[in-house]
Design a binder for this molecule. Structure first.
Ligand code: UD1
Length: 339
């Protein structure tokens, strides 16, 4: 079955493409290359043995999306990753975020409206804000969004629910990711930040390899055991597999409408513990300092994954040490083979 993967050359998208092929699906990629490299297509070919079908296309261009749907009428499912995701930038440029993240979602939904397609949406644990109860379950209240980025995820979930309420034939699963990190075991694909990384793990690996002078830990006075923030880091390969599991669930006759799932490991790891795991697995000493807290950071969040374990029949297999060693292997690969 052909699966459309929007944003399929991005970090999570590319790893999901590999897992789709492993599961016997045929991925068809759309990407506008705004936050990815065309070279990832060749990297994917090295892993899966052929170059997947690729369309360079801006999903905000309604006509282009409709043309695509006419060219690819055989699509049997959609995994929609394509979206902007930098929290800080979204605060400065809200309209850029609302325009891109909503227009693209609406255009792709419209293009295949009327067909009984399975649709997997990239959502985020950011919808929970700072949860009152940890680990956070899917029925926890969605809190007022802290950023336009977070708001696009919340509203997108509302849009998807409304589409189902209106009687659409789509079957929709929203996956609320916790913190995806790591890289493929071949070290041929991984996270490719443009400019200075905003996220923790690429900042760690770039510091370790000498691209950045020093990592700053954003605060150590939080109400957590070691004072630093806690997150639920999940290996991107496990995350890719969660998308395959979501498609399989949506394919079942019994699955109807819309549902959401937490996609994490179910355990929290602090920033300082991540640094320690990096140093221990790689043997590389990291230059870091404690700095002030970052505005808008949630203190601690990790997910209850009972629902995804039971209903998606999926669970994570790779621990924080594999996350760190694979991210480090990828950084070293990039140093030898700049993309
Ligand atoms: C946040 C969102 C996540 C969203 C992501 C998009 C929450 C809980 N999570 O991730 O849903 O998909 O943004 O980018 O809202 N850190 C440092 N030094 C650094 C970088 C990060 O100490 O140089 C710390 C942060 O303070 C945080 C942790 O590392 O505690 C993880 O940060 P990051 O990788 O940016 O992800 P989140 O902010 O958790």
């Amino acid at each position: 079955m052909k699966i459309l993967v929007t944003g399929g050359l991005g970090f999570i998208g590319s790893h999901t493409v590999v897992e789709l092929v492993n599961a016997g699906y045929e991925p068809v990629i759309i990407d506008d290359l705004s936050n990815s490299s065309i070279k990832i297509l060749d990297q994917l070919a090295k892993i899966i043995g052929y170059k997947p079908k690729f369309y360079k296309l801006d999903l905000c261009d309604e006509e282009a999306v409709n043309n695509f749907a006419r060219q690819e009428p055989e699509i049997g499912g959609i995994i929609h990753f394509a979206a902007f995701k930098a929290v800080g930038e979204s605060v400065k440029l809200p309209l850029k975020y609302y325009r891109n993240n909503f227009f693209s979602l609406i255009n792709i939904l419209n293009a295949y409206a009327g067909k009984a397609l399975n649709f997997v949406f990239s959502s985020s644990c950011t919808v929970y804000g700072q949860p009152d109860v940890l680990p956070v379950t899917e029925d926890a209240p969605v809190k007022a969004a802290q950023s336009p980025y977070g708001n696009t995820k919340q509203i997108a979930e509302e849009i998807l629910k409304d589409v189902i309420t209106a009687g659409s034939k789509y079957k929709i699963i929203s996956l609320r990711y916790f913190n995806p990190v790591g890289a493929h075991e071949t070290a041929l694909i991984g996270e490719l930040p443009i400019g200075v990384p905003q996220n923790l793990v690429p900042f760690i690996t770039q510091t370790a390899i000498g691209k950045r002078e020093k990592l700053t830990v954003f605060g150590n006075q939080y109400n957590t055991p070691d004072g630093s923030n806690i997150r639920d880091y999940i290996h991107v390969v496990d995350l890719g597999k969660a998308h395959v599991a979501a498609l399989k669930l949506a394919e079942k006759e019994s699955f109807k409408g819309f549902d959401v799932f937490n996609i994490g490991t179910g355990t929290g790891t602090s920033v300082l513990e991540v640094i320690k795991a990096f140093e221990q697995t790689t043997g590389v000493k990291l230059n870091y300092q404690i700095g002030p807290a970052r505005a808008g950071d949630v203190e601690q969040v990790w997910g209850d994954v009972t629902k995804s374990t039971n209903e998606l029949n999926w669970k994570t297999e790779l621990d924080v040490n594999v996350m760190m060693s694979s991210a480090w292997n990828w950084e070293n690969y990039l140093a030898q083979n700049p993309l």
